[in-house]
Each structure stands twice: as C-alpha cells, then as structure tokens.
Design a binder for this molecule. Structure first.
Ligand code: ZN
Length: 214
C-alpha cells in the first residue's frame, strides 16, 4: 500500500494528532536521495521502505528489531533511493504555534526571551495584517502585550529576523522535539538555537552568510 509514495511532507502532522508517547516511541529521520533531510517517519514505515528497497539504511541503532522470523537493525536514519520533490507550498500552509517557535529558534523576536512564548502578528490583524508566515513571529507574552495593537514603527518593536515561510527542516524539529544523536550530522542546525530560521531564505543564502561570517 502506498509503496509508490515515499513519506513526504504530508506525513507531518500537528502535534495534537500525534500523542506524545507515539512520537517518543521512536522516529526515523528520512533523507532525500540528495541526503537533504525531508521528514520524520515511524520505525514501522522506515522498515517497510527498507524491505521494499525504496530506501537504504544510513544510521542504525545498536540494538535490533526482532520478529518471529527475522531480525532487523533498528533504523535511525534512512535515505530514499529515488529523489522526492518536496512541495514547498505544503509547508507554507501548516502554520502552527510550534512551527513558528521552531522557526524562530524558540526566542521572542522582540527581546530574545525564551519562555512564555506566544505568536504575534507583526502587522496587527486589526490593521489588515495577514496570518501568513511572513506576518507571524514568536513573541513573549509581555512583548505581545506591550506591542498590543500597534504597528512595529509605532511600538518601536521590530522583529529581529524578518519572518518567512520556513525551510522543511523546521518541521523535523516540530515532529521530533528531541533530536537523536544519530541524526545530528544530517541536521546541520540541530544544535543551534536558530534551527531553521537561518535557512528561511534557502540553504544557499544561509551558507553564504556562514561563509561570509567565517
Ligand atoms: Zn519579548
């Protein structure tokens, strides 16, 4: 079933659709044929892809999965054999609080606070601001109250980073709040506070920024 449809961004679900225990039960990082991380799937799904030779095993756990007839390595990272085109628009539509926070590095975009986060409309809805990625930022509750119904210039509160639709990596962080060690070398931003945000304009420009800073 659905063998011809490798796990794509439609596999991302808002957290409320995935009970915590299920997410923590074990997730597998899925790399595109190009080694770009594109998704997170269940061990069961990964095992099916491996058995059908739709994917290859990149990282495995030190322990194995046992069934009545066979013994398999527990996959941690798999790579799709065939390149999958990831529709960027899918990500664009999925605006959730967690995804906004992950994109913004779990930091208030006005003061840098890391607790009591809310989402703020940069241009208030009452002044015609949209609820799109480019008008929503993470904001701590005190900043959100302070800004109230004012425009950024009126409140003298401008987001530290211009908000944009996030890179797919952000959804990996949303799907898996804790990043297993075995994934880290495949997620260059995993250890960084700015996971995903630095790549909001595309990986090439982020690489350019890093190169320029070096
Ligand atoms: Zn703040």
């Amino acid at each position: 079933m659905a063998v011809s449809t490798p796990p794509g961004p439609t596999g991302f679900a808002p957290p409320q659709q995935h009970p915590r225990r299920e997410r923590d039960a074990g997730r597998v990082l899925v790399l595109n044929a190009t080694y770009e991380p594109i998704n997170v799937c269940t061990v069961r799904r990964a095992t099916v892809l491996l058995l059908k030779q739709k994917a290859e095993l990149i990282e495995r756990a030190t322990w194995t999965l046992r069934s009545e007839h066979t013994q398999l390595p527990r996959p941690m990272v798999i790579r799709l054999v065939t390149y999958v085109s990831v529709p960027r628009d899918t990500h664009r539509r999925k605006i959730t609080r967690r995804a906004v926070f992950a994109r913004d590095g779990w930091e208030c975009q006005y003061c840098g606070a890391r607790s009591n986060l809310t989402v703020d409309h940069v241009i208030p809805r009452s002044k015609g601001g949209s609820s799109e990625w480019d008008n929503i930022v993470a904001s701590c509750a005190p900043c959100n109250r302070r800004k109230g119904d004012l425009l950024p210039a009126q409140a003298n509160m401008v987001p530290r980073h211009a908000p944009r639709a996030p890179n797919p990596h952000v959804f990996i962080h949303v799907a898996s709040p804790t990043i297993p060690t075995a994934w880290k070398q495949w997620l260059p931003d995993a250890a960084s506070d700015t996971a995903g945000r630095s790549t909001a304009k595309g990986t090439s420009s982020a690489a350019g920024v890093r190169a320029a800073a070096a």
